[in-house]
Design a protein around this ligand. Structure first.
Ligand SMILES: [Zn+2]
Length: 184
């Protein structure tokens, strides 16, 4: 992974979220495309915190980036803070910022209920797809636990619940939550 020259210039080599560490990774703020204006340059510390829900306290650093003049940085900061707004300091930072409505709408896209089945990474799932479990799964009513990485072949989408699919594991047809699978 690397950072494009345009983005590297914009961030001056510094993480655009925490403003403290060297920027080493570019991430695109969904659901927009991968052009620089939709990207944010981040450091490895912020990358780790993004992947770990229990690293909430790291995001106190967003009190600066919520004021960024880059809509992508502002949107991502808003999105992260919104996700942890139960923390009073996070709610305070959210309130302190003056993001445009368009930025807030962008940030909130991540919280809209999808009307399609999507895996943990936002890939759209279809009947017949193969998926891989992203975490171990205990099979109800049995003593069997399917390890992370188990492939479930030819899944079936649960009709009126986009959070559920059905698939056979160890010969048993079970319901699996889409947030625990990855297409592949
Ligand atoms: Zn950072």
């Amino acid at each position: 992974m690397s950072i494009s020259i345009t983005l590297q210039t914009r961030c001056a080599g510094v993480c655009e979220l925490c403003g403290a560490e060297p920027a080493v990774i570019e991430i695109t703020v969904s659901p927009k495309d991968e052009s620089t204006e939709n990207q944010v340059a981040i450091c490895t510390v912020c990358e780790t915190a993004l992947a770990n829900a229990d690293e909430k306290n790291h995001w106190q650093c967003l009190s600066g980036s919520i004021w960024s003049t880059e809509p992508a940085v502002q949107a991502l900061s808003y999105r992260i803070l919104y996700g942890i707004r139960d923390e009073s300091w996070a709610a305070e930072i959210l309130d302190s910022g003056a993001a445009d409505e368009s930025v807030i709408n962008w940030a909130m896209k991540a919280y809209e209920v999808a009307d399609v089945h999507q895996d943990a990474y936002g890939n759209v799932l279809a009947n017949g797809d193969n998926v891989i479990l992203t975490q171990a799964l205990k099979i109800k009513g049995t003593s069997f636990s399917a390890p992370k990485g188990t492939q479930v072949r030819s899944i079936h989408l649960v009709h009126d619940n986009t959070e559920q699919i059905e698939g056979k594991i160890n010969g048993t047809m079970i319901v699996i939550l889409t947030k625990f699978v990855k297409k592949g």
